[in-house]
Design a protein around this ligand. Structure first.
Ligand SMILES: [Zn+2]
Length: 265
């Protein structure tokens, strides 16, 4: 990704670079998440087309998600090789925030790092195929949860930097998974959980570790949140019984749609 694709629905077709599907919350929490397919400048509303045919055809071209140049192969989710080597967003510390090396003076793009990594981050619990822990920039809620197909999410801690969120996540990973079992999720039999109770239990279990982090980074560096859990509903007409293909994007639910019907929904 982003591959240049041709997307066709009854009545018209569009062509452009395929981006991660846009997922937005409905105005009413009981309504399903709203999806749009994005191909270049085009956006196709998908909820209203569930049950209708949709064909995707890759033209064979790949364009760098950052600079737009043509590339035969994509790196780090859609970058050309020069961007992959040059950009801070392609560095391994983005996937492993606890390895941030900004203060060693080796950040590839210090100004980008200051904007992206030195801002409030949230540590959350989510239920996508069971309990998981995750981190995200504060501004990425709830997009991050929708991308993961979570049916519930609960922000539990706020920290000042991405690196601090990495340290906290490492601590929580001693007790909780940080991955989604997408096969289990696609079956649609995820059981709702009491995330507030899970939070209270984990904060109790990990109190010593959190206090050690506060001693290192400042007493106010890790702040407990009291937000209520959020619930999400997805526009699924039938959960797939089996699937055989993964195509093109990182959205679990988009994979679900494509796998369910081998490329057409
Ligand atoms: Zn590039």
């Amino acid at each position: 990704m982003p591959r240049v694709i041709e997307a066709a629905v009854p009545g018209f077709s569009v062509q452009g670079c395929l981006s991660k599907m846009a997922a937005t919350l409905p105005s009413c929490q009981d309504q399903p998440v709203i999806y749009h397919l994005r191909a270049g400048e085009h956006r196709i509303a998908l909820n209203e087309r569930i049950g209708e045919p949709l064909s995707l055809r890759w033209t064979g071209a790949i364009a760098c998600t950052h600079c737009g140049r043509a590339t035969k192969k994509s790196f780090a989710q859609g970058h050309c090789y020069p961007c992959f080597k040059r950009l801070a967003q392609c560095d391994t510390c983005i996937m492993k925030p606890e390895t941030c090396h900004y203060f060693q003076g080796t950040c590839r793009e210090p100004e980008w790092g200051e904007r992206h990594c030195f801002q409030p981050h949230i540590v959350y619990l989510a239920n996508s195929s069971g309990l998981k822990v995750g981190i995200t920039r504060k501004t990425q809620m709830p997009t991050r949860w929708l991308d993961q197909g979570a049916i519930q999410a609960l922000p539990i801690l706020e920290v000042d930097t991405r690196q601090q969120s990495g340290f906290v996540e490492m601590l929580f990973k001693q007790q909780v998974a940080d991955r989604t079992n997408w096969r289990a999720m696609l079956k649609g039999d995820v059981v709702t959980m009491d995330l507030s109770a899970e939070r209270d239990c984990l904060l109790n279990q990990l109190a010593d570790g959190l206090n050690q982090l506060r001693e290192t980074h400042g007493s106010d560096s890790i702040r407990t949140l009291e937000a209520p859990p959020q619930h999400f509903h997805y526009p699924v007409s039938v959960f797939p019984k089996k699937w055989s293909r993964i195509i093109l994007t990182s959205s679990h639910w988009w994979k679900a749609c494509c796998k369910a019907s081998k490329g057409s929904i």
